[in-house]
Design a protein around this ligand. Structure first.
Ligand SMILES: [Zn+2]
Length: 290
């Protein structure tokens, strides 16, 4: 692995002398999208089963890989998925990983009134308590965005952090409050390279996914860059995308690469947020434009 001699200006400070933080995160979406929100998904069994593959089949493969490498992770999970596959989701918690909020049915938060956002969160937290015996303190907005008032609502409702935005490669605070952001970026979203699509179905005969070697190379170079600068890398991986048999071997090799050194702090997003709050005064940088 190539890296500079010491972390550069702007590096974060991590516990126990670790150089870099890696907050692995998976969005355990299950079946989602407009058809899910309108209920028409029930007319499309094939579409439903594509999403169901994540919690039903791929999750255990990923949990096994994490166990093999001794790595913690955060699973942002719609509460409907927890209701529908409770045994699978309990294994996330039983194996020491974090489970966090990702809507009830993967709603679009920019499309919901604040009252509806509150209702979705309250419903989801009740289900987390009843099925998993836990409450989410982390939030990742489904479908990308939210309303400007959402961070204040999240703070009021007891969330410690969000992992929804893109504006840094270290944690930061949302304006005017205590809500920490652990940014993840679209280039570390497995949909970008591994989600097969027929829409558009042009050009005819063209590739619909990237080469697996190229995908692994991209992820590896991203990690190496973060590691060289001493930052915080998170991911937007989906079990139903990266948890298939061939693709899971990419994760295996990527995990192997990242664990070769001794100076990477692998942590749940919850633990990264907790560390950031404890050491707030040493960062000197509360966040975007502040
Ligand atoms: Zn999602």
């Amino acid at each position: 692995m190539t890296q500079s001699q010491s972390p550069k200006v702007g590096a974060a400070v991590w516990p126990e002398g670790y150089r870099t933080a890696v907050a692995l995160a998976f969005d355990l979406d299950g079946p989602t999208g407009d058809a899910m929100l309108t209920g028409t998904i029930w007319d499309k069994p094939e579409y439903f089963s594509q999403g169901a593959y994540g919690p039903w089949r791929a999750l255990d493969r990923i949990l096994g890989l994490l166990k093999d490498h001794g790595l913690p992770a955060t699973f942002f999970t719609p509460a409907w998925v927890v209701e529908t596959w409770p045994q699978q989701c309990r294994r996330i918690v039983e194996q020491g990983h974090e489970i966090a909020h990702h809507g009830y049915m993967h709603e679009k938060y920019w499309d919901l009134t604040l009252a509806d956002q509150r209702r979705v969160i309250e419903t989801s937290q009740r289900i987390f308590r009843e099925v998993l015996g836990t409450t989410a303190i982390g939030f990742r907005t489904p479908s990308g965005d939210w309303r400007p008032e959402t961070p204040a609502l999240l703070e009021e409702m007891g969330f410690h952090y969000s992992s929804s935005m893109r504006g840094d490669d270290r944690p930061y605070y949302h304006p005017g409050g205590k809500l920490i952001e652990i940014p993840a970026r679209s280039d570390m979203d497995d949909y970008a390279s591994l989600a097969f699509t027929t829409n558009p179905d042009w050009p005819s005969g063209g590739d619909r996914i990237a080469s697996y070697e190229l995908t692994l190379d991209n992820w590896t170079r991203e990690f190496d860059g973060y590691h060289a600068e001493g930052l915080c890398l998170s991911t937007i991986f989906h079990p139903k995308v990266v948890g298939k048999p061939g693709r899971a071997t990419l994760l295996d090799r990527w995990f192997q690469h990242m664990t070769e050194g001794e100076d990477v702090w692998f942590a749940t997003s919850r633990d990264v947020a907790s560390w950031w709050r404890q050491t707030e005064t040493s960062h000197g940088n509360r966040g975007l434009g502040q």
